[in-house]
Design a protein around this ligand. Structure first.
Ligand SMILES: NC(=O)c1ccc[n+]([C@@H]2O[C@H](COP(=O)([O-])OP(=O)(O)OC[C@H]3O[C@@H](n4cnc5c(N)ncnc54)[C@H](OP(=O)(O)O)[C@@H]3O)[C@@H](O)[C@H]2O)c1
Length: 354
C-alpha cells in the first residue's frame, strides 16, 4: 500500500542540537544494526521505518556491515527508502560507517585506511541508492593506521559532498581529542561522536563528554538499552525470540550482578510509571550533551514502547542519586571500562599482521 506519512509527525519529538553544529537530531534515533538484514522479514522492516518516521524519527543509522549478511541492511533500507520515503529525503538524516569487517582481504575491514573508508562509502551509497550520506563515521579506532590518514579520508568525503557531517565511533577521550584536532586543522568540524552508553555502561561520563563539548561535537549514544537487557524481558528467563537467546555473546553479558541490578531498576521504573526501557532511555537524555539516544527495535510494539520515554524525561535529584548508588554498587567498573574497540583488540589479535 502506498505510504503517506502522518501529518502530525513533528508534534511530539524533541529535536536537539548536535554539539555546536547546525544539525538537529531527534532525541530518539533508530539504528539498523539488527532486524534489517536479509534474514529479517521485509514487511516488518517497512513497518518499523514507517512507524518511526510517523513518530518523528528523522535519523536512521546504518553501517556497511549491518545485516546479516553484511551490506543487506543498507540494501533493504535503500529499497524501502526508494519505495516509501524518497519524497522525504530532505527530512531525513541517514548515516553510515566503515571500519569493521566488511569484505575479503586486507582492505575489507578492521582498518581505518583511506582505501577502506573511501571504497566503503562508495559501496554504501550504491546500496542505499543515495548521492550522499548525512553523516559518515570512522566506525572504530585502528591502532596501525595513522589517525591523519583516517581523518584525511573523512575530510575528502566531506569535501566531495559525499558526507555532509563527519563522525567517529568508539573512540576514547584521547583519540577523540587527537581526531578533532586533525580535523580542525583541515577546517572540518568533528560534528558527532557515537559511543555506547547506558545505565549498565557509563564509561563516557568521566571524560569523553567533556572532550566532545570542548570541540563542539554532539553525542549520539548507541545500545542505550544495553542490547535489550534494560527492559522487563529478562526478569524471569531468556525469552526465545530475544537477542540473548539468538546470540551466545550477548547472553554471556547477562551476569547475575547485572540481573540483580536490572530487577532493582525495574522496580524503580514501575514507581515512576514507566517501563524499564523507557526509564533507561530517558536517563540517557538527562544530560544535554547527549544529542540523541540510538535505539534498536525488533517490533513496532517495542518501538512504540521506547518512544513512550519521551512522555517523562525528567528525574528528581533523589532519583538520579539512587540510580548512581545502584549502578555504582552493583557494577563499579562501568565508569572505567573502555569501549569494546579501543584498538587494543587489534593489537592482541591482528587480522592481517604486519
Ligand atoms: N557504532 C557502533 O559501533 C555501534 C554498535 C552497536 C550499535 N550501534 C547502533 O546503535 C543502534 C542500536 O543498538 P542496539 O540495537 O544494541 O540498541 P538497544 O536499543 O540497546 O537494543 C535494541 C534491542 O533491545 C530490544 N528492545 C528494544 N526496545 C525494547 C523495548 N521497548 N522493550 C523490550 N525490549 C526492547 C530488542 O531486542 P530483542 O530482539 O531482544 O527483543 C532490540 O533489538 C544500532 O542499530 C546501531 O545503529 C552502533
Amino acid at each position: 500500500m502506498t505510504y503517506t506519512p502522518d501529518t502530525a509527525r513533528y508534534t511530539n519529538m524533541p529535536y536537539r542540537r548536535c554539539g555546536r553544529s547546525g544539525l538537529k537530531l531527534p532525541a530518539i534515533s533508530l539504528g539498523l544494526w539488527h532486524n534489517f538484514g536479509d534474514i529479517d522479514p521485509l514487511d516488518n522492516q517497512r513497518a518499523l521505518l514507517r512507524r518511526a518516521f510517523d513518530r518523528g524519527i528523522t535519523h536512521f543509522d546504518l553501517a556497511n556491515n549491518y545485516g546479516p549478511p553484511a551490506g543487506s541492511a543498507e540494501t533493504n533500507f535503500g529499497r524501502i527508502l526508494r519505495e516509501d520515503l524518497r519524497a522525504y529525503r530532505d527530512e531525513l538524516i541517514i548515516s553510515s560507517k566503515a571500519g569493521w569487517q566488511m569484505w575479503d582481504g586486507p582492505y575489507g575491514g578492521f582498518t581505518g585506511s583511506r582505501k577502506h573508508l573511501i571504497a566503503s562509502c562508495d559501496q554504501s551509497l550504491k546500496r542505499m541508492g543515495l548521492d550522499y550520506v548525512d553523516i559518515f563515521y570512522s566506525h572504530r579506532p585502528d591502532p596501525y593506521t595513522p589517525l591523519e590518514e583516517t581523518m584525511g579520508a573523512l575530510v575528502q568525503l566531506y569535501r566531495q559532498g559525499k558526507a555532509l557531517y563527519i563522525g567517529i565511533s568508539s573512540y576514547g577521550p584521547e583519540l577523540t581529542r587527537a581526531a578533532a584536532e586533525i580535523l580542525k586543522a583541515e577546517g572540518v568540524p568533528l560534528t558527532i561522536n557515537q559511543p555506547n552508553y547506558s545505565l549498565l555502561d557509563r564509561w563516557i561520563e568521566p571524560e569523553l563528554l567533556a572532550v566532545n563539548d570542548k570541540y563542539g561535537a554532539g553525542a549520539i549514544v548507541f545500545s542505550p538499552l544495553s542490547q535489550g537487557f534494560l527492559s522487563d524481558k529478562y526478569l524471569r528467563d531468556i525469552p526465545e525470540d530475544s537477542r540473548a537467546a539468538r546470540l551466545d555473546w550477548v547472553r554471556a553479558g547477562l551476569s547475575p550482578e547485572k540481573l540483580k541490578l536490572i530487577r532493582q531498576l525495574n522496580d524503580m521504573a514501575v514507581g515512576r510509571g514507566q517501563s524499564l526501557a523507557q526509564m533507561a532511555l530517558s536517563w540517557t537524555l538527562r544530560d544535554p550533551r547527549i544529542t540523541s539516544t540510538l535505539i534498536g527495535a525488533r517490533t513496532v510494539e517495542q518501538l512504540d514502547d521506547s518512544l513512550g520515554a519521551l512522555k517523562n524525561l525528567s528525574f528528581t535529584a533523589d532519583e538520579l542519586a539512587l540510580l548512581d548508588r545502584l549502578t555504582r554498587s552493583a557494577l563499579p567498573d562501568i565508569f572505567n571500562e573502555p569501549p569494546k574497540a579501543t584498538g587494543q583488540d587489534l593489537i592482541e589479535n591482528p587480522v592481517f599482521p604486519d
